[in-house]
Write a protein that binds this ligand. Structure first.
Ligand code: ATP
Ligand code: MG
Length: 423
């Protein structure tokens, strides 16, 4: 039996020096989103189950991975497994479509997502996603810009070896033609494919191509490619996306088998994977263009484009590649006190904090040795020492830990002395 006082399987405490990695990653994301004109939106971590579960949904995420529960009021709620649907729900609920001049609405989210999966490296039950949605416009340029944003964030985190796989699913007409062709193709092999694929065959044969169980079955290699079923407008749209990526200098590789795990995509789909990735488990961000989602939530037929990025996977990759680095805890000043000095040392600590220094002190009357150790551990650049003599004469000893220079000054000179030592 698992220990109930340990984190649930597939979740983790993020803490210690790792926190600095998360803060850096989040800082980079926020900075890039501001540059690209995306505004943050924070939707609830749980929603009515219907927000995520559409009729006839064939994705693993919806059919197998959701944390769904009844609350005490007998409502069926689901912990969000992804960000897009909640954002679209909010877009419609707040009628952000009201003023066409303000479209596309460019929104980003960042926070925990929940999926019941088999935990392994880069795959958790609670994980964190950053994602963007540009809702209410459809243009190959917007698709390309969206990919550029994800790519820029990866670069800014110091990830060099990432490549974009891209494909188009075409418009409705092209996709219908392709679905029929896939059905013709897979029908004779149906008995040899997994149960999921047999269901996908009925609901959405495109999703068969995304199967992780059957992907080495010989019928996969000979499956028809979408490129042969695209009508002219769909072809042109895709060519324009690729031309824009060329112009922006973003390297990509066309992958005609790429369909992505979610059901609602049309036209452009893409994913970013490490250059040396093997298998299909390694996408760091992935997304695409969608047409039907806003309408599904009752907001009229507005298109959108977006991606979701796994922050754990991005951080792992960035650290492996020597990109962002964690910082250990550090402080500017450590205030050491000896003997009975009342709150005099704490007051000195506060004075320095108000000047903007990062300052820590001892609260337990620990030994001098223990306090010096603490200041070492926090890598203090200066140490202030206050004993009973200093207390009664309103003085303080200030020591520069790098140069070992040490002076005794009046308490009114404390701030200036520290500034002189460490800037
Ligand atoms: P995969 O094929 O790896 O299961 P997916 O198609 O389910 O991915 P999306 O729903 O597109 O993934 O989610 C976007 C991104 O979120 C993924 O590219 C990945 O970086 C991250 N992600 C998805 N599921 C998890 C998970 N369980 N743990 C950690 N990160 C995840
Ligand atoms: Mg998945």
């Amino acid at each position: 039996m698992s220990n109930k006082y340990q984190v649930p399987r597939g979740t983790q405490d993020i803490m210690g020096d790792d926190i600095s990695l998360w803060q850096k990653a989040e800082g980079i994301i926020r900075e890039q989103c501001a540059r690209y004109g995306y505004q943050e939106i924070r939707t609830p971590v749980f929603e009515h189950t219907e927000v995520f579960k559409f009729q006839n949904d064939s994705s693993d995420m919806v059919t197998k991975e959701m944390y769904t529960f009844l609350d005490s009021g007998e409502r069926s709620l689901t912990l969000r497994p992804e960000g897009t649907k909640g954002v679209i729900r909010a877009f419609v609920e707040h009628k952000l479509y009201g003023n066409p001049a303000e479209l596309p609405a460019k929104l980003f989210y960042l926070g925990p997502m929940f999926r019941y999966e088999r935990p392994q490296k880069g795959r958790y039950r609670q994980f964190h996603q950053f994602g963007v949605e540009a809702i209410g416009a459809k243009s190959p340029l917007l698709d390309a810009e969206c990919i550029a944003l994800g790519y820029d964030i990866a670069k800014a985190m110091g990830i060099k070896k990432v490549k974009i796989l891209i494909n188009t699913l075409g418009d409705d007409e092209s996709r219908d033609a392709y679905r029929n062709a896939l059905k013709e193709h897979f029908r004779p092999y149906l008995g040899e494919l997994c149960g999921d694929c047999q269901r996908r065959f009925e609901l959405n044969p495109l999703r068969i191509l995304d199967c992780k169980v059957d992907r080495d079955h010989p019928s996969f290699a000979s499956a028809p490619a979408i490129s042969d079923y695209l009508n002219e407008p769909s072809k042109k749209y895709f060519e324009e996306v690729l031309a824009a990526l060329d112009d922006l200098g973003i390297p990509y590789q066309i992958d005609s088998r790429l369909v992505r795990g979610l059901d609602y995509y049309s036209n452009t789909v893409f994913e970013a994977i490490p250059e040396d990735a093997t298998g299909q488990q390694a996408a760091v961000f992935a997304g695409g263009q969608y047409d039907g989602l806003v309408e599904h939530f009752g907001g009229g037929s507005l298109p959108g484009v977006g991606f979701g990025m796994g922050i754990e996977r991005m951080i792992d990759l960035a650290v492996e590649e020597g990109g962002i680095k964690s910082d250990s805890r550090s402080t500017d000043v450590y205030v050491i006190s000896m003997g009975d000095v009342g709150s005099y040392a704490l007051k000195a600590t506060e004075t320095l904090r108000k000047e903007g220094f990062r300052v820590d002190t001892d609260y337990q009357g620990r030994s001098l040795k223990a306090q010096f150790k603490a200041s070492d551990r926090l890598r203090a650049k200066a140490i202030v020492i206050i004993g009973e003599d200093e207390y009664s004469n309103r003085l303080a000893v200030v020591k520069n830990t790098a140069t070992k220079e040490q002076v005794t000054v009046s308490i009114d000179e404390l701030t200036n002395t520290v500034k002189g030592f460490i800037g």
